[in-house]
Design a protein around this ligand. Sequence first.
Ligand code: ATP
Ligand code: SVQ
Length: 326
Amino acid sequence: QATQTSQVVQVNGGGQSLTANNMMPVTKRNPKDYIFGKVIGEGSYSTVYLAKDIHTNREHAIKVCEKQQIIREKKREQVRREKDALNILSNSGSSLFVKLYCTFQDAERLYFVMSYAKNGDLLPYINKVGSFDSACTRFYSGEILRALEHLHDLNIMHRDLKPENILLDHNMHIKVADFGCSKILEQPADAVDNTILDENNPRPRSNSFVGTAQYVSPELLTEKTISPSSDLWALGCIIYQMIAGLPPFRSRSEYMLFKKILNLDYVYPDGFNADAKDLVQKLLVLDPNERLGTKDDQRYTSIRSHPFYKGLDFDTLHVTTPPPIY
Ligand SMILES: Nc1ncnc2c1ncn2[C@@H]1O[C@H](COP(=O)(O)OP(=O)(O)OP(=O)(O)O)[C@@H](O)[C@H]1O
Ligand SMILES: O=C(O)[C@@H]1CCC(=O)N(CCc2ccc(Cl)cc2)[C@H]1c1ccccc1Cl
């Protein structure tokens, strides 16, 4: 039984009975409604295709997940979280996230029809230029901050924020993707989930380790506390990486990497922008409650008003032409 978010398509003269405003009523989507093109990318249990909707002629990214693979990789929970988070975001009116148009399934696969981010993800742009100039760093970290404000306002945490999950649309504006590690807080009180080891379940109550090693926050490594502040730690890592070209914490061994994170063991290269350094130092704070922004509500005003963002108008970023990355 396919499921889908409600969607109407442009009338196509198909002679179908039309709704009052001349739109075709919602019809169950299935793979035959799309022309599948090239593979855009692969995940651990998914393949993403470029596809064209034959009714609207629109291009989409369709994430196809093999059910067998999901079961083998024990990723049902991730699939669930991704769908729930994308559903909430797709109806929330923000253009800073990948939109989920509809989902359906057949015997072997799950299908997620999403907006297509034509310009891939942020990482190759950082690697290509080695270091973003201040205008680029301000613009792109500013868009990520706006996305986090929107996300946290909806009580959703991403928990795996990294350049690879910051996609870019045809206008080079960001589209935050990959909500497989996200967490939807039932109510703000859950914000700090002090995991308790109950005697008959030796494993911590909250789910296992999430995110990607280089960007994971110290509290996720130790108490497994769940708070939006973990995304602010990741933002600090990304701002550092935009300027330095590499993330702040690096090691070949995951154990050494975690040690560096927990000891705040990282350095700033010479010439690192002084204002950006001050901002990063206020985000890469071990105590999640002491990070810049954790005491703000609705908007991260204490981050917006940091000297690094002097002169940046956050509220028109999404309609501003992004600065060229060179
Ligand atoms: N809406 C999209 N538009 C453009 N590219 C996309 C889109 N969604 C995903 N991709 C690309 O497809 C690749 C695979 O994405 P997918 O979400 O399937 O797996 P992943 O999240 O990268 O990996 P994993 O499942 O292991 O976390 C990603 O690297 C991403 O760059
Ligand atoms: O949650 C939903 O919206 C429906 C509910 C009905 C349904 O059967 N599915 C698929 C559930 C599912 C998840 C993982 C595997 Cl491996 C198999 C089935 C869900 C589903 C359908 C299409 C795409 C994704 C999902 Cl989670």
